[in-house]
Design a protein around this ligand. Structure first.
Ligand code: IMP
Length: 424
């Protein structure tokens, strides 16, 4: 069974792009299954950095067919810009396939995401303001426009006019904004975007299932992460899709019995962008060092990420929900100069100890981590390539994480480049 899922186990930005790129060499297909251009994957190849938002990281590998699956939401202008940007740097994007069932992000989704966040004031979610939530909301409400609608101008126009009437009423009456023009939207989507997107549209569910039968190797690439999952994350501070393993099934159309490996990616410490609880968050010079050494600014929005110590309680939960078969730890080298590194092994809330993520949100919001501390390795790991060359303190740390999570750690990242990793 040749299907592998790679997904984030924390709050995103774990370095999934690098891992996907690493595995892409052994894959025939790399598939995005949820989210949109709220994601930002950075891959460094031969010293050149590529920031991808929508196109699967596998595009950088010439033997891979990159697929944008049915579970993704697509801003066609952004997709075209990304294709053009890659092409201008010599990357061949002609193999890209886009599901006709994927939903389109429309200008009113972006506008509504922005104004709704502003309206929420101090209760805002800190979204990426890319229109992700409103697009998935319309999908669930069955009023969304899909990529395949670009192929039928009459249907596109009809659907647009019905939905825009409602959106304009909300924009004007609730948010005091100017209405959007159906003509302008239809012109951009049908005349500018459709001719570029049409050749890429494909029945990706059939394509991928045929590939499964032909024993092709498929990688399902998650965006965002387990604790941003609409069902399993720290609701309401989550994204509007399912980055967890279940979402990979729904968002690609590949059945669960075909999945052979589920690889969870976790940073050696922890980061989060946007609002929401974060028990192991740090604010002192440790935060400065993590931000500085880890370049913890969003690939996508440029926002400074919140930082903290590794939280094994979250990882145990992620291992359960996703039935992880292994874990890849990234950015271990960021911890190189620390005298002490910490891992949260449980929480305390209202005088009670919790060894797993508290079920009740208000308990979780007050959770104080119970840490185990480890001596740092205090040396440069960036050039280490073999397990036997890792200092014993670093190996102890990794082995402790593995034991805590209950799933083997099989690879550790020690720098941003493709070759900077160690097999454990
Ligand atoms: P949305 O996905 O734009 O609706 O944002 C919802 C929440 O998910 C916010 O807290 C975002 O900061 C977070 N988020 C969305 N995409 C990413 C990502 O790729 N990495 C990290 N956080 C993300």
């Amino acid at each position: 069974m040749p299907v592998t899922i790679v997904l984030g186990t924390q709050w995103g930005d774990e370095g999934k792009g690098k891992l996907t790129d690493l595995l892409a060499g052994e894959m025939d297909f790399v598939v995005r299954y949820q989210g949109g251009h709220n994601a930002g994957h950075t891959v460094v190849v031969d010293g050149e950095s590529f920031a991808l938002q929508l196109i699967p990281s596998g595009v950088l590998n010439e033997s891979v067919t990159p697929v944008i699956g049915n579970g993704v939401v697509i801003d066609p202008g952004v997709l075209i810009a990304e294709i053009d940007q890659l092409a201008s740097r010599g990357v061949d994007t002609s193999r890209l396939k886009v599901s006709g069932q994927a939903h389109l992000i429309m200008p009113y989704h972006i506008e509504l995401d922005r104004v709704a966040e502003r309206h929420l004031g101090k209760n805002s979610l800190g979204t990426t303001k890319r229109g992700i939530g409103p697009t998935y909301a319309d999908k669930a409400a069955r009023i969304g426009l899909r990529v395949q609608d670009l192929l039928d101008p009459k249907i596109f126009r009809q659907k647009l006019e019905v939905v825009l009437k409602e959106k304009n009423a909300i924009l004007a009456k609730v948010y005091n904004r100017l209405p959007l023009s159906a003509d302008q939207i239809a012109d951009a989507y049908l005349n500018e975007y459709a001719p570029r997107i049409a050749p890429l549209i494909s029945d990706t569910v059939a394509l991928l299932n045929d590939a499964v039968v032909a024993e092709k190797r498929i990688l399902l690439e998650g965006a965002q992460a387990t604790f941003l999952d609409l069902d399993h994350g720290t609701y309401p501070f989550v994204t509007s899709s399912n980055p967890t393993a279940g979402g990979a099934i729904t968002g690609s159309g590949i059945g669960p019995r075909n999945i052979s490996r589920v690889i969870g990616v976790a940073k050696a410490y922890l980061t989060r962008v946007g609002s929401g609880p974060f028990p192991t968050e740090v604010f002192d010079e440790v935060a400065e060092q993590l931000v500085d050494r880890g370049h913890e600014f969003g690939t996508n929005t440029g926002r400074r990420r919140r930082t903290g110590w590794f939280d094994a309680v979250l990882l145990r939960h992620a291992a359960r929900i996703n039935s992880l078969s292994e874990v890849f730890i990234t950015k271990l080298d960021v911890l190189d100069p620390f005298d002490v590194v910490k891992v949260a092994v449980a929480y305390e809330s209202d005088g009670q100890r919790y060894d797993s993520v508290p079920y009740h949100q208000s308990v979780f919001h007050k959770a104080v981590p119970i840490y185990e501390e480890f001596p740092g390795w205090k040396c440069d790991l960036s050039s280490v390539r073999k397990r036997s060359d890792l200092p014993k303190e670093a190996l102890n740390y990794i082995e402790f994480l593995s034991q805590q999570i209950g799933v083997p750690v099989t690879i550790v990242g020690v720098g941003p480049s493709r070759e900077q990793y160690v097999e454990i």
